[in-house]
Design a protein around this ligand. Structure first.
Ligand SMILES: *Cc1c(COP(=O)(O)O)cnc(C)c1O
Length: 482
């Protein structure tokens, strides 16, 4: 399988999976996509239904990463997708399922379920892809004898998932910037309690945007970036997206008893990475009815699906909400879907997409707009803080299940899109223990904590405070880089 950019680069000389594994944006500012999506046959689906998560992951990933020898790839998926890594399941669930399906109940003439994606080390779905990425990075670096210094900025989830995926990996160091004193006590403890010598937590004297600006400035210094082998692990990374395709297949098999059935998925969305993987699974031939994109008050995507206009927000128009991992001003993976919507016609796609740079937004014509729902199955919903609280209370009262705030946004949108006879699966993107303040507001009691996390905040912590200054961060990297 070869890859090219949505904006046209590498069309003449497409790249392999390992070529783009360590890459972020393509040279022309676009995102990498495979030349075609591999198609799954009825035979494939029949064979895959009974596979373990690790072996299903191998089958799917091998179609996208055919430059990794099969034995190597299978060894990697079997090492990553284990009951030990994804062990934080709820009572009564089997960790060996990796992504157990929890049926809530019958609503709207169908079955409403949660797909538990948050049983990994940081209690959020980003572990599903990031753990694989860690193993793939280590594998690729060992083959070439190279090393990599990962630089990132985080307000919580991405940084911790990256650190837990890269800790102790040979050839990799992680420099993670976070806004000093601005993360929750739980998130701070999760990251700063890591004692691995290849992990560096830098608390920046500033806000998240300052930390992100520093990362951009360092990445834009091409000479520095090359000399110190600086890489990133942000959500546009292709390997992260493709790793997420696997659980749509797994969730489909768990929610159905035969491959003649169709399933709808609702996805709490921010940067459109998670639901983009659902789009790819559907394009590969998985019988998905609807893909429901759930947003919070930061509703740039919901607005697009309702009106056909995509209008990225300014920083000042971006709200801090109680589902913070969905607080985005623009959706960095959305370009991948819009490229497919334009039938992968680079010129037509560019003529519309680049209006974002010149006019701040674009609006689809009526024909294209209709295709979003009819051909691609997309729908959407939006939820507010009050909706979140009401949903958390309702799911607790009705089904005895405590859900996190992001998942609650998903359930709210899912309930508006139920169709009789088509099971609805809501992706559970975090466990409630991560956002216990809002759970207490909703339920008057703290969220349950998985075993082993009881004393997280009292573990010794390790971090360095650093000035809100690009040169200071560069000097730190030079001093500590491998
Ligand atoms: C990252 C994240 C999201 C948003 O996922 P995208 O892939 O950015 O759309 C939703 N919920 C939680 C808990 C997250 O960490």
């Amino acid at each position: 399988m070869k890859y090219f950019s949505t904006r046209g680069a590498a069309h003449d000389a497409p790249k392999s999976f390992l070529d783009i594994l360590l890459a972020g944006l393509a040279d022309d500012g676009g995102l990498y996509l495979p030349l075609t999506y591999p198609q799954v046959s009825a035979d494939d689906l029949a064979r895959w239904r009974g596979l373990s998560y690790a072996d299903l992951a191998f089958e799917i990933l091998s179609r996208f990463a055919d430059d990794i020898p099969a034995d190597d790839l299978r060894a990697i998926t079997r090492k990553v997708y284990t009951a030990e890594v994804y062990r934080n399941v709820r009572d009564g669930e089997n960790a060996a399922d990796i992504t157990p399906l929890r049926v809530l109940g019958e609503e709207g003439g169908t079955r409403l379920s949660l797909l538990a994606l948050s049983n990994g080390p940081t209690l959020a779905f980003k572990d599903m892809a990031m753990q694989l990425l860690g193993a793939l990075f280590e594998y690729a670096l060992a083959r070439t004898g190279m090393h990599l210094n990962i630089l990132g900025a985080t307000s919580g989830d991405t940084g911790s998932a990256a650190e837990y995926a890269m800790r102790g990996r040979k050839g990799v160091k992680v420099f993670m910037l976070s806004p000093k004193g601005k993360m929750s006590a739980f998130q701070t403890a999760q990251m700063f309690s890591l004692q691995d010598p290849n992990i560096f937590n830098l608390a920046v004297e500033g806000v998240f945007d300052d930390a992100q600006d520093i990362v951009k400035a360092v990445s834009n210094d091409i000479a520095f970036k090359a000399k110190w082998a600086i890489g990133t692990v942000n959500s546009i990374n292709w390997a992260r997206v493709v790793a997420q395709v696997v659980y749509y297949f797994k969730g489909y098999f768990e929610a159905t008893s035969s491959n003649d059935e169709r399933v709808s998925f609702t996805v709490p969305s921010g940067n459109f990475g998670n639901i983009c993987a659902g789009h790819i699974a559907r394009q590969m031939g998985l019988p998905i009815a609807k893909l429901v994109c759930a947003t919070n008050e930061n509703d740039v995507l919901d607005e697009f699906f309702r009106t056909g206009s995509y209008r990225p927000r300014k920083s000042v128009e971006t709200y801090h909400t109680t589902s913070p991992s969905m607080d985005i001003s623009k959706a960095s993976n959305f370009e991948r879907f819009v490229f497919d919507l334009f039938d992968r016609d680079v010129a037509a796609f560019r003529a519309t997409w680049l209006k974002i740079d010149s006019e701040g937004s674009f609006t689809l014509d009526a024909d294209k707009r209709a295709l979003v729902a009819t051909k691609f199955g997309f729908a959407s919903g939006r939820s507010s803080h009050a909706d979140r609280l009401a949903t958390i209370r309702d799911i607790d009262a009705r089904y005895g299940v405590v859900v996190d705030t992001h998942t609650a946004d998903g359930i709210k949108a899912a309930r508006e899109q139920l169709e009789p006879g088509i099971p609805m699966v809501v992706l559970e993107t975090a466990l409630p223990a991560k956002f216990t303040e809002t759970i207490e507001e909703a339920l008057g009691r703290p969220a349950p904590r998985p075993a082993g996390f009881e004393n997280l905040e009292s573990l010794p912590q390790r971090s360095d405070v650093i000035a809100n200054d690009v040169e200071a961060v560069k000097a730190y990297i030079v001093k500590h880089a491998g």
